[in-house]
Design a protein around this ligand. Sequence first.
Ligand code: PLP
Length: 433
Amino acid sequence: MSTVRPILDMNAFDASNGAKGAVGRRLANLGAASVLFYREPIQMVSAKGAWMTAADGTRYLDFYNNVPSVGHSHAAVVEALSAQIATLNTNARYVVSVVDDYIEALKARLPDALSNVVLTCSGSEANDLALRIAFAATGRRGVIVTRTAYHGNTALVTDVSPSALKRGAPPDWVETVPAPGREAYRDDIAGGFSRAVRDAMARLDARGHGTAALLVDSIFSSDGIFADPAGFLHPAAKAVQTAGGLVIADEVQPGFARTGAAFWGFQRHGIAPDIVTMGKPMGNGFPMAGLAARPAHLADFCAITGYFNTFGGNPVAAAAGHAVLRVIEGEALQRNALDVGALLLDGLRGIAAGHERITQVRGAGLFLGVDLGDAGAPDAAFTTQVIDRMRDQGVLIGAAGRYGATLKLRPPLCLTTEEAARFLDIFERAVSA
Ligand SMILES: Cc1ncc(COP(=O)(O)O)c(C=O)c1O
């Protein structure tokens, strides 16, 4: 029987025996809330493009970090936010055209119906607000999420993030459904997922909550990355919306061109979400996030509670966010994600064909998952081994999935074909060793 693993325990440093030096200093400063990658954590000093440099001079190819998505320390983003902070930075209660310029550029990428944007500082805040909007707009409380979902760290959002829990279970207004993969739904992922969601709606109804929202990360990152067949979200989304619930597309992971085929992950599924939340890559490292919603839904919420976010949508965030949009466009990074992602997927499938411990390769664009198993069962120990071997060869990757047996690959969108080839070469040796 495979063990279910909380998301933050994956590829994590074990602090229980303490540590010396720079790691010990970190533990002394952050205490039990310190979360570090790797059995032996890495002290980083700088990064550029797809590469990070450690204090000992080692250079790592970053195949994991979804935040500096257009490339670490991208000059255009650095310049835009430096110029803005040298000119004006203030809270959102003044009219500053930089902010409206940015929101209009962002809205040009979004469905027309979602014409109100609220900017926040983190994806957690965006999802927290999205849920509160859904409660207000529907007058209901029930929320459906996938079984190994992660949507953030506020009290409310932790309740809908089963993968964050180390003990206990989500509250009774939360229903979970298996992630949309073959393991749960065999060859009918769209139909099976939709049936699971409809059953969950019936259980929420039976408990008197009703369904306020289906909240999904449209690439199912913490569940283990489930991308295909494109369109599989459509029947479930339709069932929820037909019954008066809202669909919240959490684009914190797949948004901003990562899946290559589309700017947003939900677009690959042809659905029309009622709320889109976003974060991580939005400012290429500048802490910013937000949501787009229908004006009527936002008005329902604001009639109950005012919403103000001191740092959300400040001019520096807007300048950084706008620069990111320009870079994605100007450097054709969506196209690059599609092309280099296809190369990686092909390469990984080729390697998998010769390795029985690689049980499945999935993904879209530059968001890929590789399941590792032993005699068909998920193998978390081997996954950790492969992650460590890759690190020893100068490549950073991570883990995901219910059992921590899926390699999570998420390089910057500027990844070159040479860097992809280098990754495949090192990966083949790491799984074969
Ligand atoms: C899908 C998803 N939603 C929301 C969040 C929360 O974002 P943040 O850490 O910026 O609060 C995360 C963070 O990992 C995430 O993966």
